[in-house]
Design a protein around this ligand. Sequence first.
Ligand SMILES: Cc1cc2nc3c(=O)[nH]c(=O)nc-3n(C[C@H](O)[C@H](O)[C@H](O)COP(=O)(O)OP(=O)(O)OC[C@H]3O[C@@H](n4cnc5c(N)ncnc54)[C@H](O)[C@@H]3O)c2cc1C
Length: 408
Amino acid sequence: MMQSVDIAIVGGGMVGLAFAAAMKDSDLRIALIESHIPDSELQELSDVRVSALSRSSESILRNLGAWQGIIDRRAAAYSAMEVWEQDSFARIEFDAKKIAQPDLGHIVENRVIQLALLEQVKKQANVTLFMPAQCQSMAMGESEAWLTLANGQSLTAKLVVGADGANSWVRRQQDIPLTHWDYGHSAIVANVWTQEPHDKVARQIFTPQGPLAFLPMGGSQMSSIVWSTDPSRAEQLVAMDKEAFNKALTAEFDARLGMCEVIGERFSFPLKMRYARDFVCERVALIGDAAHTIHPLAGQGVNLGLLDAACLAQEVLQLWQQGQDIGSKRNLRSYERWRKAEAAKMIAAMQGFRDLFAGDNPAKKLVRGIGMQLVGQLPGAKDEILKRALGLKGDLPNLAKYPQSSPQ
Ligand SMILES: Cc1cc2nc3c(=O)[nH]c(=O)nc-3n(C[C@H](O)[C@H](O)[C@H](O)COP(=O)(O)OP(=O)(O)OC[C@H]3O[C@@H](n4cnc5c(N)ncnc54)[C@H](O)[C@@H]3O)c2cc1C
């Protein structure tokens, strides 16, 4: 049977669901197609895939009604950040109190964000969930896209939103070219117990092999780590026995929190920069990792993606209210210009950090030390960096403005 909708969202991860939730007050008919149903049971031990949510992401999630569902499930606020370089004087600290903020953000399991958003989307009468379902083919007509699912169902939509992650099926169907390069790193993620409490401080050390972040989780001695290093070393670290891994991790982190002990599984992900040459084409818009992926060293990937979702929603709702075609490439250009510029700035910043902190060339080391000291001492420089990282500055969509509705 053929179902006709206004928007088909392919991918019900954090970003696709946020876009669906942003349509809550409209009469647009939405189909959301997601291949996996997330398990709603949380284990005592946190999932290893977590995100550091910025203030702008928090505002988006509050305005979508999903924030309380996140807090009720599990989230850890962090109030300060420390970044330093191994064997050098380079070091910088950020404190929420200094900029009159209650915290600098929250560390949340990706699945918790997904479940809280899904809970909201399920309440929307204008959304039909196809879950689990897989897209099989897409064809373009004059004023509609035609989608066929693996179970034989068919859909027509005025706009297809590709929110289907780094290896986006939608992007490949449309042959949208991709600019990409390897960061030469894989990231190991795991839960780690530390001898000393983390005191709600997010910490990151830069070593010649790459950055290692300890993100404070709910228990005072539990952290989630993101350890970026060259892929062959990452493979060895994941394969080695726990005791050897604990020793290597403690040494790499300068024993800043005493002895470390990995709890549960370790996973490693190859890190690649991806930037779709077009974020929109006729009847298609890309958001989140389908449009761009970046190095996790500043923890900005999903924060960028949630902003994509909020910006696209704002543009689409405006077009709809004006009675214009929501799927025409010409009409979606302003979304593309807005988000391509923001993603490009972030990619350049990540590459700058990646290059600046790579290796242990003494001249570079000196620049890094002086740079961090200068940022720490120049009046306003640190606050400026922090406000940008929090998502309190920049060209923000309405949903990211805090608070649009009263906080829950
Ligand atoms: C190690 C690591 C650490 C990170 N840490 C942070 C951090 O601290 N902060 C941060 O902001 N970001 C972080 N990121 C980035 C962040 O995880 C991603 O940006 C985020 O997961 C992207 O969300 P998404 O919804 O766009 O894509 P995804 O999470 O990949 O979701 C895509 C969804 O689409 C579905 N799908 C795919 N293909 C199809 C199809 N054909 N049909 C139906 N469904 C389909 C998938 O099942 C999936 O649910 C990190 C990334 C890595 C690798």
